[in-house]
Write a protein that binds this ligand. Sequence first.
Ligand code: GLA
Length: 484
Amino acid sequence: MTPRQLLHSLSLADPSLRASCAAVYGSSPELLDHACSRLWILARHYADTFNYDDHVVVVRAPGRVNLIGEHTDYNGLPVLPMAIPRDVIVMASRSDDDLVHVSNVDPAFPPRQFKIEPLIPPFPPGDWGNYVKSAVQGLINHWQTTQGISGLRMAISGNVPVASGLSSSAAFTIACALAVLTVHQRSIPPLLFAELMAHSDHYVGMASGGMDQATSILARAGACLKIDFFPLRVQPVSLPPDTTVVVCQSRVKAAKAANAREEYNRRVVECRLATALLHAASPRSDRVPLRLSEWLAWDCDGLDDALARINATLHPEPYRLPELSRLLHQNPETILSTLCATPAGTPCHEPPDGFHLLKRARHVISETRRVEDAFSILSSTPPDAARRFGELMNQSHVSCRDDYHISCPELEDLVTAARDAGAYGARLTGAGFGGCTVNLVPSPLVPHFVDALNRSYYVPRQLDHLPDNIFVFQPAPGAGVLLS
Ligand code: GLA
């Protein structure tokens, strides 16, 4: 289909087009009109920027909200997220050069262009075009060649709030990668696609795990997913009956490109240092674990034993390089260039307040227990499933705040307000340092909940005029092709 034909079909409210949209966005007239008007704007933008008569494909990839399992993924330990009905849509076609031309309908993201080559040099740090580059680079790495990959024209439209902990960047990267695949009539099995996109954030200097990309690709409508890593596997499971997921924006920007990225990468390094110390203190296996998941599998008898070892081995005071050097029998330079070099390639210097290893390891292992418990509650749905799941969410928040130090005063106010308004559970979600909270709310209470949060959080801060403060989300389907 060409943009011209698509605009024509949209103007006639073509039933087959509306049916494709309904399969993704739901069949209520309001949702369908919204989806069609986004497509209309995208097709107009494509046509005005590039050409009315290109044969185009249209693909989409959603953002996600994590219900429980925070900062466990890069430790190889499980998470329990769901995709959200907010996504990035890409309209794309082949170009006759070897350049990728990208244009976003939102003028805040100026047009970008880059050459397809084996090692694509990044734009300056923080440039949005790097998320497109990371997608293309991920595919080139997979195919180990640029042969057969032609240039592309891509028009992009996204409605996942940026820097809010809802994975706008993963939605972006996955949609762009899917556009490249679809334009070239190639495909990669979903699990493999998720695995190879897992490290796309490393291109932008974030040592992130893989939850966001896996959720965006593998999500199922109406379900959340338990995701395990190494090897990657997913198990869909339903939310407790009569509950609704409500997400609230704190309006504190958790920009990955800025210092939140350093704080995030520091947590990754702290977990690696903790893994090294725990293994050095009582090795059971000859294999040297690189992640807490490996230490757990090779050196421990389950989660209780792991927690006991953490409490017995690590001290609460922050660790400094000389002590690490002594305990690990490595000189400080080696530690800095190995354990402290994040998988994203960015070095992590010793923080002024030292490395907090006991708290970080304790959070990751206790959070793993909460994910396992949450999954078993959701799988067996006892009568009090919602209350028990909510309680685990609350405990997760406390651990994220007190042991992982990723909360902030605004997130604290939001979770307090949510519990006061009747949520079963409320917690920060995503990397933290701002962004959103996720709340499990009794479905009949949702209108009251939204109103109460508005009155207690947004009105006093004069934020209530902003759109998108509070979202009521049904679990959305994963990435896919809308038109090919
Ligand atoms: C970010 C990362 C994920 C994950 C979360 C924290 O969203 O991209 O990989 O680590 O933070 O759970």
